[in-house]
Design a protein. Structure first.
Length: 245
């Protein structure tokens, strides 16, 4: 984890650092809490119990309370959490109050879909530039943006203060694109290409591989099918577990 500065979170007493040393698992769950909180806010809820928020986010309430305690949010006994305040705190910790500029490289089928997705704007991100190397794609308009040639990346990165780069290219081109993003000063990359990128230590990479997710689901399907194939089927296996418990 990179060096972090400290300060006070909005609405806090100042005793909690703005960027506490959060466990990776907690960081991964904060967006889920935020999604649930936005839904609650849009539904007119002003407060929510830890049990209610945990259910909405799909975690257990003890884990949620521990996660939020890292932010200095403990809720009020008998009342719960203030929804608007908790949204502000989580968005601040995640840096979503800064409307970070994002560029997308690769506007094939997946990239085109990502470029047209309106959900990024409502969650604190601005897609400010689209790039590709295919001459047939250059000049294409997608969701109000014109596709530029990848050679313009360095100039646009400086003009737009790009913070995050999204790679949606074939695997064969992804490393070269990552190198270009790093050279342009981008230090966070979301990689949809099915490959592992080599980047400097100060660059954070998150990988999204849809095929891997499907393979994990395939494992669970295989496991369920194996259980039903046992003598007596799933219910027999469940009875054996009950006897042994």
């Amino acid at each position: 984890m990179s060096q972090q500065r400290h300060g006070s979170t909005p609405g806090s007493t100042g005793a909690v650092p703005a960027f506490p040393d959060l466990p990776e698992a907690t960081i991964a769950r904060l967006p889920e809490y935020l999604r649930a909180l936005h839904y609650l806010s849009e539904s007119g809820s002003d407060t929510i119990s830890s049990e209610g928020l945990a259910t909405a986010a799909g975690v257990n309430s003890a884990k949620l309370r521990k996660d939020l305690s890292h932010l200095g949010s403990y809720g009020t006994r008998g009342v719960g959490y203030d929804v608007a305040l908790l949204i502000d705190q989580i968005e601040y910790i995640l840096g979503l109050d800064q409307r970070r500029a994002v560029c997308l490289v690769g506007v094939g089928n997946l990239g085109h879909a990502l470029a047209g997705y309106d959900g990024f704007a409502s969650r604190g991100f601005r897609i400010v530039a689209l790039f590709d190397a295919d001459p047939a794609r250059i000049g294409e308009k997608i969701n109000g943006l014109t596709v530029r040639h990848i050679d313009e990346l360095g100039r646009v990165a400086a003009e737009e203060s790009l913070a995050i780069g999204v790679i949606a290219t074939p695997a064969s081109a992804a490393q070269a694109v990552a190198d270009d993003l790093v050279a342009a000063g981008v230090t966070s990359i979301l990689n949809f290409a099915p490959c592992v990128l080599t980047v400097p230590a100060n660059v954070d990479v998150r990988k999204v591989d849809l095929a891997i997710e499907l393979q994990i689901l395939s494992f669970h399907e295989h496991r369920k099918a194996s259980l039903t194939a046992l003598p007596g089927g799933r219910s027999a296996a469940g009875n054996q577990e009950a006897v042994g418990s």
